[in-house]
Design a protein around this ligand. Structure first.
Ligand SMILES: [Zn+2]
Length: 390
């Protein structure tokens, strides 16, 4: 096992570990057909480290040799109305602000291509998705082309107006090398607009949201550490903001020869981030204990409990309490997940309709932003459990 002693976001070596999760399943969103397969998923340790030079947070034990591309995985959120409204809003923003009409849009790490399809449909032109894990046949839009490969220098030659990269950078360990590759790929003339979106760590730290820490995410950005990365790799930042209930961090930038450090209000200093990390370190065990007691109590009372919302948050949450053995089922509205089993945990995915018969006493919602949508769905089915949100 390698324990990184330098920061992959700035290449300096003033880093310190501050939080461990042992035996985390290395996959969160792969599709597994049996409980045995789910429980056999390899486990590895996480040690979050803080960089005192650039404020970046990363898993210093991350194993970069894991193949995350060849197994089928499900990470589509497009089945939720709330999420589609969000994607539509950010698409309209980009199209309007940068006048992207009938142009070429590239998406790095496009997953199943839902966002690319949406923004292409709204803006016209053509869309090119680059992702080694793209599943053939998921998109029928004739204006889209998909390359099942990793981003490389040659892709910079595509005459794009906009390059998007949503929820990909947090999976990349060598973040400085990756952004340098993207910058280099554009050469000295091509200057597309760059739009990146990642989860933001400051909220995770402030809320002691341990469920948002899992193996597949090796890199955790704050506004400050993301801005420092972009500037240090030759990008001028046009906009930097939080969105999606402050869960996501969005950045718009363009390659530039000179990157004058215009700072944005949300960019925290390294000292401020260090304080946040120290507060997290002090309080996180209390938060873990609170949830452990609550779940153990539900178990002792013989109540039926379910988690609503699969994917990574469910794995991040359940990893810490798998020994209690409370959750047989997890609800997820993505029909492709139905009947699959959660990696490393072994709970089975069911569709919302399952609750009509199962009638759980307690439902724990993994993402509070969906609370109204989920409560409405349950009430319409005649299901009225105690609802908790993380
Ligand atoms: Zn650093």
């Amino acid at each position: 096992m390698i324990r990184y002693s330098y920061c992959p976001n700035c290449n300096k070596n003033h880093v310190e570990g501050f939080f461990r999760i042992d035996n985390a399943p290395i996959f969160s969103v792969v599709t597994l057909k049996t409980r045995e397969e789910a429980l056999a998923v390899p486990r590895k340790d996480i040690e979050l480290a803080f960089c005192n030079d650039c404020g970046f947070i990363f898993n210093r034990l991350y194993d970069t040799s894991i193949d995350y591309f060849s197994m089928g995985y499900e990470d589509q959120q497009g089945h939720s109305k709330t999420f589609m409204q969000y994607l539509t809003r950010i698409s309209h923003h980009l199209i309007g602000r940068y006048n992207i009409k009938n142009q070429t849009i590239v998406e790095i790490g496009c997953g199943k291509g839902d966002f690319l399809n949406l923004i292409n449909t709204l803006s016209g032109g053509v869309g090119i998705g680059i992702d080694p894990a793209y599943a053939d046949g998921r998109q029928e839009n004739p204006n889209l082309t998909f390359y099942k490969e990793q981003y490389s220098l040659k892709h910079g030659e595509i005459a794009s107006r906009l390059v998007c990269c949503r929820h990909t950078l947090e999976h990349i360990h060598q973040t400085k090398a990756f952004m340098t590759l993207i910058r280099d790929s554009f050469g000295s003339v091509h200057r597309p607009l760059i739009f990146f979106e990642v989860p933001q760590i400051s909220r995770i730290l402030d809320d002691f949201a341990f469920w948002d820490i899992y193996y597949e995410h090796c890199s955790y950005f704050s506004a400050g550490s993301l801005a420092r990365l972009f500037r240090s790799t030759g990008f001028k930042i046009l906009d930097l903001r939080f969105d999606y209930d402050d869960q996501y961090l969005l950045i718009e930038a363009v390659a530039a020869e000179e990157t004058t450090p215009v700072t944005f209000d949300i960019e925290e200093s390294i000292a401020e981030q260090k304080q946040r990390v120290d507060a997290f370190r002090m309080k996180i065990n209390e938060q873990l204990g609170f949830w452990r007691n609550r779940l153990q109590e539900i178990k002792d009372q013989g109540k039926r409990a379910m988690v609503w919302g699969g994917g990574s948050k469910a794995v991040g949450f359940l990893t810490n309490f798998a020994d209690i053995g409370l959750f047989e089922f997890v609800v997820d509205i993505n029909p492709y997940m139905e009947n699959n089993f959660i990696p490393g945990i072994g709970s089975q995915y069911v569709q919302p309709g399952f609750l009509k018969e199962y009638q759980p006493d307690v439902v724990i919602i993994m993402n509070g932003i969906y609370k109204d949508e989920i409560s409405q769905t349950m009430n319409e089915m005649g299901v009225f459990p105690n609802v908790y949100t993380l």
